[in-house]
Design a protein around this ligand. Sequence first.
Ligand SMILES: Cc1cc2nc3c(=O)[nH]c(=O)nc-3n(C[C@H](O)[C@H](O)[C@H](O)COP(=O)(O)OP(=O)(O)OC[C@H]3O[C@@H](n4cnc5c(N)ncnc54)[C@H](O)[C@@H]3O)c2cc1C
Length: 266
Amino acid sequence: MNIIVCIKQVPDTANVKINPETNTLIREGISSIINPFDMYAIEEGLRLKEKFGGKVTVISLGPPQSMNALKEAVGMGADEAIQLSDRAFAGSDSWATSYTLALAIKKMGEFDIILCGKQAIDGDTGQVGPGIASQLGITQLTYVFKIVKLDPYAGTLIVERLLEEGREIVEAKLPALLTVVKDINQPRSTTIFHIRRASKLIIPTWTAADLPEVEMSKLGLKGSPTQVIKISSPPKREGVLDLIEADSVELSATILADKIMAEKIL
Ligand SMILES: Cc1cc2nc3c(=O)[nH]c(=O)nc-3n(C[C@H](O)[C@H](O)[C@H](O)COP(=O)(O)OP(=O)(O)OC[C@H]3O[C@@H](n4cnc5c(N)ncnc54)[C@H](O)[C@@H]3O)c2cc1C
């Protein structure tokens, strides 16, 4: 099976800070990670490969440092990786991101399944997966909780989707794009063997010039139909404790206990 996993590099914080003048993320001093939901997508891709054979290729659109995210995915066991990086891609909204990723996937050739996270923890729109599927004209199955059955020979799969009002079982034809929720699996760690392979693997960087039949007017900020005019944090609610700086459950519990003692909240 040819499995493609789309991964986005995101800031390693829930406390995203925005530059009020440019309405862009302040990235200085913040380390980056693979979008947590994409870790589940990678894991599912690796499990499918282990079951049915084939290869897993990870792809990411982002600035040069997104190479680290791709290397980490190879360190988990992905076979190949492709980076999409070009100044022309900067400022892409979810439509332009989907367009660019879809063109790159077309260039990659035949595939059976594309896996994405259900959403990115910074942009948070959940639109890129469905956007890629509609650009490629393939089936999209969102919020997948379980791949119940996959038959690569018949080209069919059955999945269970996690919805607000319950679960839904859907049968579809391959090729298909799945966005996955965190309940689908437990992502594995990187291994020394795969980290060594990642350090030696030459990961190509594709620019706009490498994309077939690209329309430059559809790329980046200029090609983006949505633009963020203003971003602001919601006002803090009275009586809500700020635990966002606590980086462990134990610390959160300690802060909470101290607060309860000090203010006799209960
Ligand atoms: C605070 C903030 C607000 C924003 N608001 C908007 C907005 O309202 N409208 C808008 O169109 N854009 C918005 N953006 C821009 C948006 O982050 C990017 O356009 C982004 O590339 C796509 O949206 P997302 O991050 O929401 O991804 P999502 O659609 O939430 O991501 C879903 C999945 O798609 C895949 N994916 C997403 N991006 C990539 C990538 N670069 N490379 C590979 N795979 C990827 C991953 O598998 C991911 O799990 C905003 C950005 C920020 C920081």
